[in-house]
Design a protein around this ligand. Structure first.
Ligand SMILES: *[C@@H]1O[C@H](CO)[C@@H](O)[C@H](O)[C@H]1NC(C)=O
Ligand SMILES: *[C@@H]1O[C@H](CO)[C@@H](O)[C@H](O)[C@H]1NC(C)=O
Length: 122
């Protein structure tokens, strides 16, 4: 009786942990493609950030060392502070939801997720 309770409890924990393991910073996918436009003589790039996991992630930050753009980016979408950029004011990005922004520079930057807080997976 007690053993089966403990077994159930452990199984439950494993399942929850398993779900949470699927959700990590690496599940934030960043795709960059050329838009075909030029802004002030610099190619424009469309960036799509997707939360590819089953839990919301908030406080998403990207490394953007040296990031520059000839095209203004709405700070409520991406705000720059030193070498780090904050996505959507740190608000949660829902499962499979995406955020788009465009910038113009030559060459494009390699933007990588460096931080996020994964919401309760239960
Ligand atoms: C790039 O983004 C702009 C603005 O959102 C959009 O109008 C355009 O269709 C996009 N281009 C590509 C190739 O995705
Ligand atoms: C999301 O994750 C699934 C499973 O890991 C993968 O097959 C798929 O290509 C990912 N999607 C994107 C947009 O990266």
């Amino acid at each position: 009786m007690i053993n089966s309770f403990i077994a159930t409890l452990c199984f439950g924990l494993i399942v929850i942990q398993g779900l949470c393991e699927e959700c990590s910073l690496s599940k934030i996918n960043i795709g960059t493609e050329r838009s075909g436009r030029e802004i002030q003589g610099k190619p424009e790039w469309n960036v799509t950030v997707i939360n590819n996991c089953s839990c919301a992630q908030s406080q998403i930050q990207l490394s953007c060392k040296g990031f520059q753009t000839a095209e203004a980016i709405d700070p409520s979408v991406l705000s720059m502070e030193g070498d780090t950029c904050t996505l959507i004011d740190g608000n949660p990005l829902q499962p499979l939801a995406s955020v788009h922004f465009s910038y113009a520079w030559d060459p494009p930057f390699l933007l990588l997720p460096v931080h996020s807080v994964i919401a309760d997976c239960s």
